[in-house]
Design a protein around this ligand. Structure first.
Ligand SMILES: *[C@@H]1O[C@H](CO)[C@@H](O)[C@H](O)[C@H]1NC(C)=O
Ligand SMILES: *[C@@H]1O[C@H](CO)[C@@H](O)[C@H](O)[C@H]1NC(C)=O
Ligand SMILES: *[C@@H]1O[C@H](CO)[C@@H](O)[C@H](O)[C@H]1NC(C)=O
Ligand SMILES: *[C@@H]1O[C@H](CO)[C@@H](O)[C@H](O)[C@H]1NC(C)=O
Ligand SMILES: *[C@@H]1O[C@H](CO)[C@@H](O)[C@H](O)[C@H]1NC(C)=O
Ligand SMILES: *[C@@H]1O[C@H](CO)[C@@H](O)[C@H](O)[C@H]1NC(C)=O
Ligand SMILES: *[C@@H]1O[C@H](CO)[C@@H](O)[C@H](O)[C@H]1NC(C)=O
Ligand SMILES: *[C@@H]1O[C@H](CO)[C@@H](O)[C@H](O)[C@H]1NC(C)=O
Length: 444
């Protein structure tokens, strides 16, 4: 089924009909799945006939439960077929072409109007900017939050001071700065508030509650001192000095956090370029982390790391992008803190620098997105549901020096759109997902 492109308008009524049927049948199926202690038949005062069966319910010789189950799975199969036949198309819209060396992009609702706004970092012009989402697929001109950073590398957003407004974080390599910008809630942000400037060459910033105190802590990866560190938030956006998690990630470019062992604590992940490592650090739950546990060092030019459950087994898997072998790979989490060898998704993402996972086609599993620097491609890989992936499907082939990819519902239609940052054409762009399935399927 791969490679079949949309030839004409989608025959909407059929998938819609299938969907309604599916919802109805699944609803019925799950009601009948309920644990019933005693088989039971009764008529209530309204005259409703109530039948509870713990095994089979036979009506005129037909096993109703079995019939509903097989009908439900037949409809699900039909629907999956429809989704495969009509994969989402993506239409490119430029948000700006004026961020010199656009390198990082992120989405968050910064003004609490229900629409996801966009954030960017510019490597060349040292800017952190945001773009107000008008809610109709158009965005404001860049609203500059910071303009004097030296080699801005990374932008992220999280509510750091518990005022219900999402604040902005930046990492700038040249001035060794990890900083945040307080969201005043009226569309303006504070001047830069420095978190720390003692680490050498911060390349990536992330926020996560690492000590389960309800405050978003901050994480950084700094390339010249091989350090992954965290900064403890006291709840008011006041941060501790850097607490190193490792100093053994040689050329660390990226940091991420996810609960990899299902113990309720967010563990930390790193990608380091010179030693080609994707590694994780078990969160002991008391503010300390276990030593580096290498997931792989068998890739070339590890650039970034991400985590998501790709095979729907309830364990958070790990995904990497490596620049020199052009590879997007994932590592199956066996559930006990060990991971499989790299499972290749593609080796054609030339100069891969960014990877993300999101359900783009609405079939209930997480697909993978990549940004490739050398060939300017933004590409998605459809997940078959079990962690095997369809052939690459390009969303854009002209995102020159693509640096970053992200997904968010930017037009409020329920499906996930794609965002890119590309450095050579100074561009932040979004790609409207036209899938007819996602909005409806998400409700199941
Ligand atoms: C019948 O099933 C319903 C739904 O599971 C449950 O609420 C109800 O208690 C059951 N009645 C009996 C008598 O088992
Ligand atoms: C989108 O909304 C903005 C702000 O309300 C408005 O200025 C603009 O004309 C709208 N654009 C379209 C294409 O509807
Ligand atoms: C950047 O620096 C210039 C010169 O020091 C200053 O005039 C300007 O206000 C600064 N801009 C921002 C956004 O901080
Ligand atoms: C936004 O809020 C800040 C902090 O309360 C205030 O200083 C600033 O003047 C406000 N700006 C606008 C445009 O309302
Ligand atoms: C950064 O952390 C160091 C300790 O590593 C501390 O001495 C310094 O005051 C901190 N700097 C800032 C700006 O918070
Ligand atoms: C990091 O990697 C570089 C390049 O391979 C190497 O020269 C250097 O010795 C390594 N540093 C450490 C601390 O291992
Ligand atoms: C934190 O937990 C680890 C693992 O259980 C333990 O080895 C360490 O001593 C604890 N550290 C502190 C400061 O409590
Ligand atoms: C983890 O689970 C895998 C698969 O079940 C098993 O082969 C491996 O020995 C386990 N490793 C540890 C350290 O428990």
């Amino acid at each position: 089924m791969n490679g079949i492109r949309r030839a004409g308008p989608l025959p909407l009524p059929l998938p819609l009909l299938l969907l309604l049927l599916l919802l109805w049948v699944v609803g019925l199926g799950s009601a009948l799945d309920a644990d019933v202690e005693e088989p039971f038949i009764d008529v209530d005062e309204d005259g409703t006939l109530i039948i509870n069966g713990s095994n089979h319910i036979i009506v005129n010789g037909v096993d109703v439960l079995e019939r509903i189950t097989s009908l439900s799975s037949a409809i699900e199969t039909l629907l999956e077929l429809q989704i495969e036949l009509y994969p989402p198309g993506f239409e490119k819209h430029v948000i700006t072409a004026a961020i010199d060396g656009a390198i990082s992009v992120y989405g968050a609702d910064l003004d609490n109007d229900g629409y996801i706004d966009v954030l960017s970092a510019g490597f060349g012009d040292g800017t952190i900017a945001w773009y107000h989402n008008h809610g109709n697929g158009t965005f404001s001109a860049p609203l500059i939050v910071a303009a004097n950073l030296t080699t801005a590398r990374s932008v992220y957003a999280a509510d750091l001071d518990h005022d219900n407004y999402i604040d902005i974080l930046s990492a700038s390599e040249g001035d060794d700065t990890v900083a945040w910008y307080r969201n005043y809630g009226n569309g303006t942000f504070s001047n830069q508030i420095i978190i720390n400037q003692t680490l050498d060459g911060p390349r990536s910033v992330y926020a996560a509650d690492l000590d389960n105190d309800g405050n978003m802590d901050v994480l950084s990866a700094s390339v010249n001192d091989n350090t992954i560190a965290w900064y403890q938030n006291n709840g008011a956006g006041v941060f501790s000095a850097p607490k190193p998690i490792t100093t053994a990630a040689n050329g660390s470019l990226a940091v991420y956090a996810a609960d990899l062992d299902n113990d309720g604590h967010l563990d930390v992940l790193s990608a380091s370029y010179y030693d080609n490592k994707i590694a994780w650090y078990h969160n002991n739950g008391n503010g300390t982390f276990a030593p580096q546990d290498v997931i792989t060092s068998a890739i070339d030019g590890a650039w970034t790391v991400y985590a998501a459950d790709l095979d729907n087994d309830g364990h958070t898997d790990v995904v990497s992008a490596s620049e020199l072998d052009h590879m997007i790979a994932w590592y199956r989490n066996r559930g006990n803190g060990t991971f499989s060898a790299p499972i290749t998704i593609t080796t054609a993402a030339e100069g891969a620098q960014s990877v993300y996972a999101a359900d783009l086609d609405g079939d209930g599993d997480l697909d993978v997105l990549s940004a490739a620097y050398t060939n300017g491609k933004i590409t998605w890989y459809r997940n078959n549901g079990d962690g095997t992936f369809a052939a690459p499907s390009d969303i854009d082939t002209t995102a020159k020096y693509a640096r970053c990819v992200y997904a968010a519902d930017l037009d409020g239609d329920g499906d996930l759109d794609v965002l890119s940052a590309s450095a050579d054409d100074n561009m932040i762009a979004w790609y409207r997902n036209d899938s007819p399935f996602t909005p409806i399927l998400n409700q199941t």
